[in-house]
Design a protein around this ligand. Structure first.
Ligand SMILES: [Fe+2]
Length: 230
């Protein structure tokens, strides 16, 4: 059985590979989907993020074919020979994501449904530049819940009090309220370094740090949501 582990691989993509990916994007070979904000938390900000999608498996699309050539053999070798990339996009993040999972399906509030015969696997993040920012990954896993409130309400997990005030203030004050934070412990803090890869189960809770507080107004990464055969 494949274990969907949490892992960091340094220098997963070279600067040359990143430049090629950026070049495909700047030539208009990606398609835009906007993640809208419900209400602007920062003046003038109208979105959480842009998702610029690659058509990963379309053989008629040269950028899809090329991004697949760059990424897929490495992912097959490091993670699973039959890994399926359900979604591959360049994330342009303008407002830090709060705590959530990339759950496959909880009935109404999912990131992306697995196709028949496949089950949830990893989320991958590959920063496209160096940023003074991190993704925080928690030990807690909830493949059928997207946000901490629902998971706590429905499963009544134990109170851990595992995250101290300093860590909470440094990374998490925007991402989760102190009550919900009691139920979590941190598994890994992934630094956004150019070309590094973060892998974690799509069912694990994670969030961004408050990068706006570090003077960053935008951070960019390749993000993939994946499945593997059941
Ligand atoms: Fe996510």
């Amino acid at each position: 059985m494949t274990i969907i582990d949490t892992r960091t691989i340094e220098n997963f993509l070279s600067n040359t590979e990143i430049a090629e990916i950026e070049n495909m994007h700047s030539q208009g070979m990606t398609t835009l989907l906007i993640d809208n904000l419900k209400k602007p938390p920062v003046e003038g900000l109208d979105r959480t993020a842009n998702y610029w999608h690659f058509d990963f498996y379309c053989k008629y699309n040269p950028s899809g074919k090329r991004i697949q050539e760059i990424l897929l053999p490495k992912l097959q070798q490091s993670f699973h020979k039959d890994i399926y990339i359900d979604d591959c996009h360049i994330l342009e993040s303008y407002y830090p994501y709060e705590m959530h999972t990339d759950a496959v399906d909880n009935g109404k509030d999912y990131t992306m449904q697995a196709q028949p015969g496949y089950k949830s696997a990893w989320t991958f993040i590959i920063p496209l530049d160096n940023y003074n920012s991190n993704t925080i990954i928690f030990d807690q896993e909830a493949p059928y819940f997207k946000i901490p409130g629902h998971w706590i309400e429905e499963t009544n997990p134990p109170v851990l009090n595992a995250i101290d005030k300093e860590t909470y203030n440094k990374y998490l004050s925007h991402a989760v309220n102190p009550y919900e934070c009691q139920y979590f412990s941190i598994e890994e803090i992934f630094p956004w370094k150019k070309g590094w890869l973060s892998a974690t189960s799509r069912g694990k809770f994670h969030c961004s740090d408050y990068f706006l507080g570090n003077g960053i107004t935008e951070k960019r990464a390749i993000v993939m949501w994946t499945t593997i055969p059941v």
